[in-house]
Write a protein that binds this ligand. Structure first.
Ligand code: SF4
Length: 252
């Protein structure tokens, strides 16, 4: 017993007390900031592997960006990646970061369906569907429940069946083989149900956007409630996205 107590004392607290405001250690790349300085925009557009960069003014589409960092490495005075992990939005256009802007990304709470907030504010059950994912976003979703992030304390939990789910969390670029199972999964979830695209692959197809193996018609038929960028998204980005969608990131 003494040995165990000694270990606990030595390791200290494992969990992150405030998931809304904490420092992310290491090489994490969060929200980019683009300066208004002149640069060789054509070279930046050319080097981006996912066509996430456009010009006049220079913009980065976080729905396409795989956070490889090549643009910031090429033009460090023009593009910097901050450690801001609050990246989730509910409007696709809000993922486009423009030169000269340095403002946090936010959910437009007036555009969230009222039933999502009123019914799921205290408990949000999630069914994860890997629609051709490479297991990277899925690993981070797993990590969201570990002892450090412990999203269960906030009422967020993955469930084994869409029949028990309040939301579908889609990872992967949505392959042809997963198009029908995804529809089935959505159909089997009880209303109201939210659709969450988790990761660059789900939002835009990412590096596989032009692959003939994809079938992304699902996204033309159904309204998306939350976009969570990242390649893969960090657990803090994922959890804070859910909190924002439910209006739980606001101070009372
Ligand atoms: S970090 Fe994003 S915007 Fe920059 S080159 Fe890589 S994919 Fe393109």
């Amino acid at each position: 017993m003494l040995k165990e107590l000694k270990t606990v004392y030595h390791q200290g607290s494992q969990y992150i007390r405030d998931l809304r405001q904490t420092e992310v250690p290491g090489i994490f790349k969060g929200r980019p900031v683009i300066s208004s300085d002149a640069c060789d925009e054509a070279a930046l557009i050319e080097l981006c592997p996912t066509d996430a960069i456009t010009s006049s003014p220079l913009c980065i589409d976080l729905g396409k960006c795989i956070f490889c960092g090549a643009c910031a490495f090429h033009s460090p005075n023009k593009i910097k990646f901050t450690k801001d992990y609050h990246l989730s939005v509910n409007c696709r256009d809000a993922l486009i970061i423009k030169a000269g802007e340095d403002k946090p990304l936010q959910i437009e709470i007036s555009k969230v369906r009222p039933e999502i907030i009123s019914m799921f504010k205290g408990s949000f059950k999630l069914r994860q569907v890997s629609a051709g994912g490479d297991n990277s976003a899925e690993l981070e979703l797993n990590a969201s429940g570990n002892v450090q992030f412990d999203m269960g304390r906030l009422g967020f939990e993955f469930v084994a069946s869409p029949r028990h789910a309040d939301a579908l969390v889609i990872t992967g670029p949505i392959t042809e083989n997963m198009a029908e199972p995804l529809e089935t999964c959505l159909r089997d979830a009880p209303a109201p149900k939210a659709i969450i695209l988790c990761g660059t692959d789900a939002i835009s197809g990412g590096i596989l956007a032009n692959s003939p193996a994809l079938n992304r018609n699902f996204l033309e038929k159904h309204m998306v409630d939350l976009y969570i960028p990242g390649n893969p998204p960090h657990p803090l980005t994922f959890i804070n996205g859910l909190l924002s969608l439910l209006g739980r990131d606001r101070k009372k």
